[in-house]
Unconditional design. Structure first.
Length: 216
């Protein structure tokens, strides 16, 4: 069902909003629905950021890749068609432990505090051009699908690359920053190429290529 939450505090930075999660949690687990309510009124794009945080931070929350990835894909399609925010109840009821939440917030704040220094409204054509909303929503959906794929270890960054793509899209849409939206397209393309290499070249070839690229 559509979400209904109050407005955020005026000019509150995203990193400050994330810190409020820990204050409100006060040592207990939080459901996704509670987290969205605490963050207040940041809408569909804030939901995307919340769902991506576990894939960027060194956090272990078993069994979330498929449901969270598909939920992000659903949100992307709703953006493409201009629909209101919505998440299925099985996602809204999902509990995040305090220890996982603490790691998520710490990592998220470290990332966002750097990004917040350079974010500003720019490249409005990215938002206003014909078909751009549909293209952005569809690409977010693709990144969500890539995030949900059950790619087994030991492949690195299979969740991180599409996770950052979705974060860039969401922050770009919140702040009307076209540069971040373009970065979202770039990271989604990288994730698509990476998954394609894994699918077509196989485990040993991709891992060999990774070792060659990261050899010091």
């Amino acid at each position: 069902m559509p979400l209904s939450v109050s407005s955020p505090p005026p000019k509150e930075r995203l990193s400050d909003g994330l810190r409020r999660l820990l204050t409100a949690a006060d040592g207990r687990s939080l459901a996704v629905a509670e987290m969205i309510t605490i963050l207040r009124g940041r809408g569909l794009h804030m939901m995307l950021i919340l769902l991506c945080l576990p894939f960027l931070a060194p956090v272990t929350i078993p069994g979330i890749s498929l449901p969270f990835g598909l939920a992000i894909a659903l949100c992307g399609m709703r953006i493409a068609f201009g629909h209101k925010p919505w998440l299925p109840q099985f996602i809204m009821k999902r509990q995040v432990s305090y220890s996982a939440l603490e790691k998520m917030v710490k990592f998220g704040c470290a990332v966002y505090e750097r990004i917040e220094k350079v974010v500003r409204p720019r490249l409005s054509v990215v938002f206003e051009g014909p078909g751009m909303q549909a293209a952005t929503g569809a690409t977010i959906a693709l990144a969500g699908i890539l995030l949900s794929l059950p790619i087994p270890p030991p492949f690195p960054l299979t969740n991180t690359i599409p996770g950052f793509a979705i974060i860039f899209f969401a922050l770009g849409l919140i702040e009307r920053d076209g540069v971040l939206v373009i970065l979202g397209y770039v990271f989604t393309t990288l994730a698509s190429v990476y998954v394609g290499l894994i699918a077509f070249l196989g485990k040993e070839s991709v891992l060999g290529l990774w070792r060659w690229m990261t050899a010091g």
